[in-house]
Write a protein that binds this ligand. Sequence first.
Ligand SMILES: Nc1ncnc2c1ncn2[C@@H]1O[C@H](COP(=O)(O)OP(=O)(O)OP(=O)(O)O)[C@@H](O)[C@H]1O
Length: 608
Amino acid sequence: MARARLNSGDAPPDDLPKPKLTKTTMRKAAKLLAYLKPYRVKFTVGMVCLLFSSLTILTFPTLLGAMIDAAQDKQTYPWIPMDIQTIGGIAFAILFVQSLLSFFRIRLFVEVAEKSLAGIRRDSYYKLITLPLDFFSNRRVGELNSRLSADLAQIQDTMTTTLAEIIRQIILLIGGIGWLFAVSMKLTLLNLSILPILVVVAVLFGRFIRRLSRQAQDRLAESNTIIQETLQGISNVKAFVNEAYEATRYTKSLQGVVNIAVKGATYRGIFASFIIFCLFGAVVAVIWYGSSLVALGEISVGDLTTYILYSLFVAGSMGSFPELYANIQKAIGASERVIEILDEQQEDVGLLHEEKAIRYVIEGNIAFDNVTFSYPSRREITVLNRVSFNARAGEKVAIVGPSGTGKSTIAALILQFYMPNRGRILFDGREASQYPLTDIRNQVAIVPQDVLLFGGTIRENIAYGRLTADAEEIITAAKRANAHDFIMDFPEGYDTVVGERGVKLSGGQRQRIAIARALLKDPAILILDEATSSLDSESERQVQQALEELMKNRTSIIIAHRLSTIREADQIIVVEFGKVVASGTHEQLMNKGEGLYHHLYHLQLAHR
Ligand SMILES: Nc1ncnc2c1ncn2[C@@H]1O[C@H](COP(=O)(O)OP(=O)(O)OP(=O)(O)O)[C@@H](O)[C@H]1O
C-alpha cells in the first residue's frame, strides 16, 4: 500500500535489513521512545484524535446502509432516524469532525516525530564528532553517513506514519469484523473463509515479485556502474582502444536487465490477473450470496451495502499489515544501529564553546617514554615499540624513517587520537592523562600531509584555527604564511569559496592556508607532516618560508620526507619498524658514517 510521505528527509531504501522481533531488540528500540517524552502531551492528543477519527470512519457504512433502507421506507436501526435528509446531514457532520480530527492527528504526529527525530539526529551527530578516531578507522565514513541517514529516515517514517497506521488499521479491522458479524453472521463466515486465504496468497506472491524487481534493479545498477566506470576512465578506454570491449560488456549487461524484467513482467501479469479474478470473485460471491439472503428477506438491501463496505475496510486493513509489520521490523533494526552509536564511549570533549578555554598552559616540552602502541583495529601489529625521545620547548625535532614505520602514528599519539598501550607521553613533565583532552589539542596544531579544506570561503578556512579571530588577524596570519598575495589574486579575495563548488587550490596553496590556520591557532607545539608529493621549486620555497615563520618560538615535530629540509633540526630521530634506531643532529648522524640516516640521505641525494 503506497502511502504519501508526510515528512522531511530521504525515503528509506527498501533493502534495510529486517531483524527478528525479540524482547531485546524491542527493548533497545524502545530506548528511542524517550525522545518522544518532551512532546508527550501533543503525542497523546494526536493519539486521541487518531482513535476518534478511526472510530468515526467506522460509522459510515452503517449510515449509508441505513440511508438506502430509509429510501425504501425501512428502518434498519432504531437509533438512526428513518429520514434520508437527516441521515445525510449526520453523515456530513461526522465527515466534518472526522476531517478535523485527521488534520490534527497528522499535524501533531508529524510535529512530534520531526522534533524528536531532530533530537535523535542531533545526538547522533554530537556523538559522532566526539567519538575517538578509532571508531572511524573501522568504518568507511561515506557508508556510515548513508547508513545513518537511511536508518534515521526509516525511524522517521515509522514515527510519522507507520505507528499511527497500525493503530488505525487495528481499529478498522476489529471494528469492521465486529460490525460484519452484527450485520450478518452467515455472510461473515463465508467471507472470513475466503479472505484470509486470498490475503496470504497475495502477500506471498507480492513478496516473490518484489524480489524479482529488486533483482532487476540490481542488474540495472550493475550496468550503470559500467557506464560510470568507462566515463570516469574514458581516457583509458580510448588509449587502449577498448571501445568495442566496453560496448559488448554494456550490451550483455543490458540484455540481462531486459531478461529479468521480462520474467518479472510475466509473473506480475499472472499476479494481477489472479488478484483481479479473486478480488472480483469474492465480491461476486458475497453479493450473490447476499442477494439471495435479501431475496429470502433475511437481510435488507441497506444491510448488504453496509456489509460490502465493511468487508472493504477489513480487506484493506488485512492487506496493509504485512507492509506495516515489515516497516516496524526495519525501524527496529534501524533503531538498534542508531542506539549502538548513541551508546558508544565518547572522548572527553565538551560541546560548549566555554569548555574550550585552556586551563593548563603547556610550555612545549614533550617526552615519549617507552611508548608501545598498536592500533585498536589491528592489535596484532605493534606499530611503535618502546619509543622514547625528548623534545624541549622551542626545539625542532625531526622524525625520519622509511614509509610505514610509524611516523604519523607518533603525531596521532601526541594529539591524543589514540592512547599508548604501554609507556607514557609527557607534556612539560606531566603525564598527558593529567591534562584535559581539549587542553592538549588546543595547544597542539598539525599541518597535515594532505590538507583538507572545508567547502567555505578562504577566510572561514583560515579562521578554523581560531574561530574568534577578527578580519585583521586572519590577514596577518595569511601574510605570514605567504598566502595573502595569491588570495588577493582571486577576484573575491578572502571571500573566494574553495572546494567542490569553488576554486580548486593547488597543493602548495592549500598548504599555505593550513599554515595560516596553524599560525592563527598559535600553539605551543606544532606537528608538521611533510607532504610526500613534491611541489615545484617556487611553490616549495614559498611553503618552506611560511613553515619557517610558523616554527618560530614553538616546539616543532617535523615528520620529514625530504631530508634536505631538516638539516637545521636540533634533533633528528630515526625510526625503523616502530623503533628509534638512532638520534642526534644531522652532523652527528652523518659523522657516524653508516646507519639508516646516512643511507637514506645518500639515497635522496642520488635521486636529485
Ligand atoms: N588507523 C589505522 N589503523 C590500523 N593501522 C594503521 C592505521 N594507521 C596506520 N596504520 C598502520 O600503522 C603503520 C604505521 O603507519 P604510519 O602512518 O604511522 O607510517 P608513516 O611512517 O607515517 O608512513 P608514511 O611515511 O608513508 O606516511 C603502517 O603499517 C600502517 O599500515
